[in-house]
Write a protein that binds this ligand. Structure first.
Ligand SMILES: [Zn+2]
Length: 444
């Protein structure tokens, strides 16, 4: 065996030894070895161990979980236009540190992604400077202004995988109807940021007792629920693939549940912060807990966890939304909305597993197999032999304190600073290349 300490930057032969291999796409959950060759999954010892070539590197994974690389359906990489907040280079490095090997980036950049040229720009920067797969999402409307449909044909031909005006809702119901009609023809999903701004107005946190106590203007759950309800009615009318972004309210979970029971084609995602934190995080006017949709109540959190377990919510997506210190270092009302989420996602979510709220296999499925199914990519989110070798290795029991200064992301905006999380990414492999490795371990 060739021994080397350097990080493999070319796909070679890599043996991940003795970890708990969990792959919901194949119903696998066993201790064994995983062998990667030439950028692809070669074999799992659970099936049949193949021959080991002379030249291979080894990662000892005893006590670790080995699973497909995570897929994030919703993040903000901020490039082009907001490079002071994040770039594709820094964002994909933060993603790799969080265990993500595929990230879908939202189009609220400057310019917004409403033309083929913008999709191509993101793809070309990602190919040169990114270290994981970047799948661009195109705008639903021109300039995200909500009045004219963007050219979906042009955007999808250039590589947009879905459409969204995220950051803003599609208020005009006839525009949303047209978007869903296109979706019905093309099979590409429409991702709606459900928020009726006439309800939410200039609200800055969840509307309720805490907002009243703090004297802050609230955003009622109804601002989300009413638009989820409208979208479901439109999807019932015209079909198409409706996907609800960052569900935050118990009432939305109920609406999505009954739509699914009725057979309406709808999917939905939930963020790690909405699954684990409540509006109480805002107490003290903590601008790092200011996010849209807002952190809500303990009852909402319970409903989101139940919705996830029961399949009402299909995927966990970070809504990674990095900002500069200046964007957050101001009074609560003027601070930007958003949480830098890649690097704390796994640790926060593992808290649900450790507290017995969610089982590990479901958690991994919501980060791998289910988002891959949403993207209709049977080659992703799986450890099937022959698939692209996108793999994450994590220590489910490693405890670590969140220090935003150590974030790879430019966005240090997290409400978890100082929190101790249990569950840590040890290594991330993308296309057979180790793109992230915790400093505590090395290749042998
Ligand atoms: Zn949004």
């Amino acid at each position: 065996m060739v021994k080397t300490k350097r990080l493999a930057n070319q796909p070679g032969n890599l043996l991940i030894r003795g970890g708990r291999i969990i792959d919901p796409s194949q119903g696998i959950n066993v201790v064994g070895d995983l062998f990667i060759s030439e950028g692809k999954i070669a074999w799992l010892s659970t099936h049949q161990a193949g021959p080991l070539p002379e030249n291979h590197q080894v990662i000892q994974a005893r006590g670790m979980v080995v699973c497909p690389g995570f897929i994030d359906l919703h993040c903000h990489l901020r490039q082009p236009g907001f490079e002071e907040k994040e770039t594709i280079a820094t964002g994909t490095r933060a993603a790799a540190k969080g265990g993500f090997t595929t990230v879908c980036c939202m189009p609220n950049t400057k310019p917004p992604v409403d033309k083929a040229a913008a999709v191509e720009y993101i793809k070309s920067v990602a190919a040169k400077e990114g270290i994981v797969r970047v799948l661009p999402i195109g705008c639903i409307t021109e300039g995200r202004e909500g009045s004219e449909l963007a050219d979906f044909g042009e955007l999808s031909a250039s590589g947009a995988v879905a459409f969204s005006d995220d950051g803003s809702p599609v208020m005009d119901s006839s525009i949303m109807r047209s978007a869903l009609e296109y979706s019905q023809e093309s099979g590409l999903p429409i991702i709606d940021h459900c928020e009726d701004p006439t309800f939410s107005q200039d609200g800055v946190m969840n509307e309720g007792l805490v907002s009243a106590r703090l004297g802050l203007k609230g955003i009622p759950a109804c601002a989300e629920e009413s638009m989820v309800a409208r979208d479901i009615r439109l999807a019932r009318l015209v079909g198409g693939r409706l996907h609800i972004a960052h569900v935050s309210a118990a009432g939305s979970v109920e609406l999505i549940r009954s739509a699914k029971e009725e057979g309406i084609p709808i999917t939905a995602e939930v963020t790690p912060h909405h699954l684990t934190l409540t509006e109480e995080k805002v107490v003290g006017y903590n601008t790092n807990a200011k996010v849209n949709p807002p952190l809500r109540t303990a009852e909402d959190v319970e409903a989101l966890i139940s919705g996830l377990k029961e399949g009402v919510l299909d995927a966990i997506a970070t809504d990674h939304a990095p900002h500069t210190g200046k964007d957050k270092d101001c009074d609560f009302t003027t601070a930007a909305f958003g949480i830098s989420g890649f690097e704390t996602a796994l640790g926060s979510l593992m808290g649900l597993v450790h507290r017995g709220k969610l089982d590990l296999v479901t958690l991994i499925s919501k980060l791998t197999h289910e988002p891959a199914s949403f993207l209709r990519r049977s080659d992703l989110g799986t450890l099937k032999p022959g698939a692209q070798a996108d793999v994450v290795i994590f220590d489910p029991n490693a405890e670590w304190a969140v220090n935003p200064d150590e974030f790879v992301s430019k966005g240090k905006n997290t409400p978890l600073a100082g929190a101790v999380l249990k569950g840590k990414v040890i290594a991330t492999v993308y296309g057979g290349v180790v793109v992230y490795m915790d400093k505590a371990i090395s290749l042998k």
